[in-house]
Design a protein around this ligand. Structure first.
Ligand SMILES: NC(=O)c1ccc[n+]([C@@H]2O[C@H](COP(=O)([O-])OP(=O)(O)OC[C@H]3O[C@@H](n4cnc5c(N)ncnc54)[C@H](O)[C@@H]3O)[C@@H](O)[C@H]2O)c1
Length: 377
């Protein structure tokens, strides 16, 4: 079993909790990236702990809290009681001024670091998942430190640079725990599609002249990101994910924009992305790509979360510690080290898991067998 704790019972949590419960009663969950990681299937995930600060969520059973205001994920299953009561967390900078009505803090005492460490230990959490609002710099580090001190793995889904920070890598290493991150990449979200096109252009010998990726959505994630001062790391994470596919990333940075660009309430969890690329091809002839992508933003994040919590547990089982870059490359926008393409990132993951004797199925690289044999020779 993979005993998961959630920090931030928002829209991703609402889809993740339902998917995990669904998997217990259905052998096939459509769209999972890997059925088996280290012997763990989706049905082996148990959510045993959850923490939030909102008065709408703290003190409630998780089954009720995931549908509480302002979450907008619909009921996908008949959700039974979970007996996981949402605990009160530390507010710090998790609640922006303009979000006070959406995330109004509950009137409960906030835990100290020591108390949180003890809670994580007493609930026997294996993996703690960070799903706080963008810009929660202090709060994310507070929960990360608690996880490290409790010897619990940490999956950092948000654009705070923690798994990629040598100080936190060392902290987790010293406590014998794993940290994966930063900023989860959607299954088929705007980042991976923009990255794939950019990497294809470089692979075919052409050159990107300018590019943007505009994203709009209608949930609290997008509303929270209206505060420009909370966005610095999000823009860096999204921009670097695309620039890193190019031969000289620094040359394209001044002509590249990728970030959240607007909050349109009626969109709910639907995210609309506009990706534009102008490139120079043979003999300088131009090419323009204009692409519109429409996705459910939370359905994009959840399958990646489902993979990464099992991966974190499988790594802990094998005694892996700290922040192995190859474990985060495929799944996160801002890993400690970027791969030039997602194929390269996936190959790195497979080769390292094989070295550690951790199974992963199915293999998503169609040329996996050929590549493996080539590497051996
Ligand atoms: N495709 C995606 O959805 C995607 C991709 C990459 C990253 N992310 C990031 O994942 C994070 C979670 O996304 P979401 O849509 O679930 O967010 P959300 O806005 O729906 O939920 C955030 C939750 O955090 C809670 N919270 C605020 N401060 C807190 C604190 N100090 N302690 C505990 N809980 C606190 C809020 O009450 C709320 O329940 C966001 O930062 C988002 O940008 C999402």
């Amino acid at each position: 079993m993979v005993r998961v704790g959630i920090v931030g019972v928002g829209n991703i949590a609402a889809m993740f909790v339902q998917a995990v419960v669904y998997a217990k009663n259905n052998s096939n969950v459509f769209g999972v990236i890997h059925e088996n990681i280290g012997g763990y299937r989706v049905s082996d995930i148990d959510i045993v702990y959850a923490v939030d600060v909102s008065k709408e969520k703290v003190g409630k059973d998780l089954a009720e809290a995931i549908f509480a205001y302002p979450n907008v994920v619909p009921k996908l299953i008949d959700m039974p009681k979970t007996d996981v009561i949402v605990r009160m967390g530390r507010v710090l900078d998790g609640v922006a001024e303009h979000m006070i009505e959406d995330f109004k803090p509950a009137d409960y005492p906030e835990p100290t670091l020591e108390e949180l460490v003890n809670e994580l230990k007493s609930y026997r959490v294996d993996v703690l998942v960070n799903l706080l609002p963008v810009g929660s710099a202090k709060a994310s580090r507070f929960y990360a430190e608690a996880a490290a001190k409790a010897g619990v793995a940490f999956v950092n889904c948000i654009p705070e640079f923690i798994a990629s920070d040598p100080r936190y890598q060392k902290m987790f290493e010293e406590k014998g725990a794993v940290i994966l991150g930063d900023d989860i990449k959607g299954q088929l979200g705007s980042t991976i599609i923009h990255r794939t096109l950019a990497s294809l252009i470089a692979m075919r010998g052409a050159e990107i002249l300018e590019s943007y990726q505009l994203n709009v959505g209608g949930n609290t994630d997008f509303k929270n990101m209206l505060a420009q001062e909370r966005l610095t790391s999000k823009k860096i994470s999204k921009t670097m994910a695309v620039a890193s596919t190019q031969p000289k990333p620094e040359d394209i940075l001044h002509n590249l924009f990728a970030g959240p660009s607007g909050y349109i309430p009626f969109l709910g969890n639907t995210k609309v992305s506009y990706i534009y690329i102008k490139a120079r091809t043979f003999m300088g002839f131009p090419i323009t790509i204009d692409l519109k992508l429409v996705v459910d933003d939370k359905a994009m994040a959840t399958p990646v979360l489902i993979d990464t919590v099992r991966l974190a547990k499988a790594l802990m089982d094998r005694g892996v510690q700290g922040s192995p870059p190859w474990a985060s490359m495929f799944y996160f926008k801002y890993p400690p080290v970027q791969a030039k393409s997602d194929e390269e990132a996936l190959l790195n993951l497979y080769l390292n898991l094989e070295r550690l004797g951790i199974e992963i199925e199915p293999k998503r690289l169609y040329m996996w067998k050929y590549l493996k044999n080539t590497m051996k020779n």
